[in-house]
Design a binder for this molecule. Structure first.
Ligand SMILES: NC(=O)C1=CN([C@@H]2O[C@H](COP(=O)(O)OP(=O)(O)OC[C@H]3O[C@@H](n4cnc5c(N)ncnc54)[C@H](OP(=O)(O)O)[C@@H]3O)[C@@H](O)[C@H]2O)C=CC1
Ligand SMILES: CC(=O)N[C@@H](CCC(=O)OP(=O)(O)O)C(=O)O
Length: 308
């Protein structure tokens, strides 16, 4: 049976990429609003209530408003915004960590933030397994392609080709920190330093670990083995190959895919390690994750339509 999907915010960066992934899928039919009606409250309310599944690709405030417009107990929601990621009643849409069954049965799913996806993929399983402490002040350094900032940042970077690096969230209050802390079960908020680079898409999220100074931290080999075991069989979260030439590269021309690749690097005496996640901010960081969650909620193979 065909199920209907309405993408609210379909003309935006995340929405367009979801539509591309759903194109040609016979299991779903898209409810669309033309340019003149895509921001019209009455037209949106009708579409929101007609759809079996709604995917919100909107700014936070508009996502909260859209959720409130749903006046039936049937329409199921995936919210790509930050609005509901630590909200009660919402399942965190990271099935590998939150559990596929929880996502499958949920009426309200909050899609993780792009940076949070990298951090949580690395840290949550290791804290859960007791291999890293839950009460440590973790740091997280990350870079993102400029599409991570949606249409406005794309326009800015494409108009000013001279920006080589943009550090931001300099007052340390980035909106992803609450979900990083909550979903990893940390007692101390991580210190998060994001930056944007002049590439359209792509993301690297890194967690440096001063292992010899940390209480109860496991060896790099055990950390690597634990991540491999936790994600064994996952078509989406995979372990990276050890780089033969001692470097990792993100190319501005990379097309991106919907996987996330995890690595553990360490020095020779194992006193220091770097946990590194490489992903596409528009793949597992946003649109790919939305489609994976939609598949799971609709009872379909989780990778249908994904770029793996
Ligand atoms: N880009 C990314 O890598 C990621 C984005 N997200 C999140 O996904 C959401 C969408 O982001 P993104 O696609 O990047 O942003 P964009 O700015 O590219 O797209 C947002 C879209 O929402 C539309 N919109 C804004 N307000 C309303 C409204 N009241 N009613 C209907 N449509 C509205 C905008 O219209 P208009 O075109 O007229 O401006 C735009 O088309 C955000 O919450 C973002 O934080 C999450 C993870 C990663
Ligand atoms: C490069 C860039 O600006 N990235 C965005 C996060 C993108 C993302 O994950 O968005 P949501 O959390 O809103 O869903 C930012 O840092 O605000």
């Amino acid at each position: 049976m065909t199920q209907t999907v309405f993408i609210d915010g379909a003309a935006g960066t995340t929405g367009l990429e979801i539509a591309e992934r759903l194109a040609g899928r016979a299991e779903f039919s898209l409810i669309t609003l033309d340019e003149a009606r895509r921001k019209d409250a009455a037209a949106r309310a009708e579409a929101l209530n007609d759809a079996d599944f709604v995917i919100l690709c909107l700014p936070d405030e508009a996502a909260v408003e859209a959720t409130a417009m749903i006046a039936n107990g049937r329409t199921r929601v995936i919210d790509a915004s930050t609005a509901h990621r630590v909200a009660p009643g919402w399942v965190y849409g990271f099935p590998e960590v939150a559990g596929h069954d929880a996502v499958a049965g949920a009426a309200r799913v909050s899609n993780p933030g792009c940076y949070s996806t990298g951090f949580i993929a690395l840290v949550a399983p290791l804290v859960r397994a007791g291999l890293l402490p839950g009460d440590w002040p973790y740091s997280c350094n990350a870079i993102s392609g400029y599409s991570g900032g949606g249409k406005a940042l794309i326009e800015r970077f494409e108009a000013d080709r001279d920006i080589a690096w943009r550090g931001y969230a300099l007052s340390l209050g980035h909106k992803h920190v609450p979900e990083m802390q909550a979903r990893c079960g940390l007692s101390i908020a991580p210190l998060f330093s994001p930056a944007v680079i002049p590439a359209h898409r792509g993301m690297v999220v890194e967690v440096p670990l001063p292992l010899s100074a940390m209480p109860n931290a496991a060896t790099p080999d055990r950390l690597r083995a634990a991540l491999a075991a936790f994600y064994a069989g996952s078509p989406v979260v995979v372990m990276g190959d050890a780089p033969a030439d001692g470097e990792m590269l993100l190319r501005a021309s990379d097309a991106g895919d919907d996987r996330i690749e995890l690595s553990v690097f360490a020095n020779s005496d194992a006193s220091q390690a770097r946990l590194v996640a490489q992903l596409d901010n528009l793949g597992k960081g946003a649109s790919g994750a939305c489609v994976q969650n939609l598949n799971i909620m609709a009872g379909l193979p989780e990778t249908a339509g994904l770029r793996l």
